[in-house]
Design a binder for this molecule. Structure first.
Ligand SMILES: Cc1cc2nc3c(=O)[nH]c(=O)nc-3n(C[C@H](O)[C@H](O)[C@H](O)COP(=O)(O)O)c2cc1C
Length: 189
């Protein structure tokens, strides 16, 4: 095993396990006939103003619907739903109706035809803002158009994939808003 300056080498193909991605989300799409649902952990905000980067590749049945319609909903589940959410990420919507199979309820949003997920505490209706990196990396830049939130469904909060089938819950919150002197405008409601 190699070492450098006292560090043991970490497999570079596993560094995504060190850089914790955004919360585990579900992406809902509608292909004109059926709505589908997939699980996604490679996502992050890229700019204030609801620009979101999300990896969704041609290996997913959802890819075609997102490509064709340019629309999706990012739904954020609480950790109470973790087992069913992982199951959604282990079955293709080309084979089964995952809403029915895993007990999720589609509901109309305001802007896009992909449905909101009733069981999730937040739903972000998105359109595709930039698809220039999709072919090479499956990386979509999405524009959040409208967002819907239900505090009562947040429960124990969102959860995070550690990259290997293990997940972490949110730890205690550290409130350092008073130190965000350069970014004070970000700290209000
Ligand atoms: C915890 C977890 C995280 C996942 N993250 C992603 C991801 O970020 N991007 C992706 O394309 N697929 C991801 N997947 C895989 C898809 O959810 C999986 O391919 C799913 O079956 C796609 O559904 P679909 O074929 O109906 O679109 C993840 C799966 C799990 C279980």
């Amino acid at each position: 095993m190699s070492t450098v300056s006292g560090f043991v080498e970490y497999p570079v193909e596993n560094v995504h396990r060190l850089i914790e991605p955004g919360p585990v989300v579900m992406v809902s799409t509608f292909d004109g006939r059926r709505a589908n649902l997939m699980t996604n952990a490679f996502n992050m905000p890229v700019a204030h103003g609801a620009l979101i980067a999300l990896v969704l590749g041609p290996w997913d049945h959802s890819y075609e619907a997102l490509s064709d319609t340019g629309e999706c909903v990012i739904a954020i589940p609480s950790i109470d739903l973790a087992e069913r959410v992982v199951d959604v990420g282990n079955v293709s919507g080309g084979d089964v109706d995952k809403w029915q199979r895993f007990g999720f309820t589609p509901a109309p949003g305001a802007v896009v035809r992909a449905p909101l997920v009733m069981e999730c505490f937040a739903n972000i209706e998105c359109t595709v803002a930039d698809d220039r990196l999709v072919e090479d990396h499956g990386l979509w830049i999405l524009q959040g158009e409208r967002a819907w939130y239900d505090a009562a469904k947040r429960g124990a909060g969102e959860f995070h994939h550690r990259g290997d089938g293990t997940f972490s819950a949110n730890a205690a919150t550290l409130d350092l808003r008073h130190r965000m002197t350069k970014w004070r405008y970000l700290t209000g409601d």
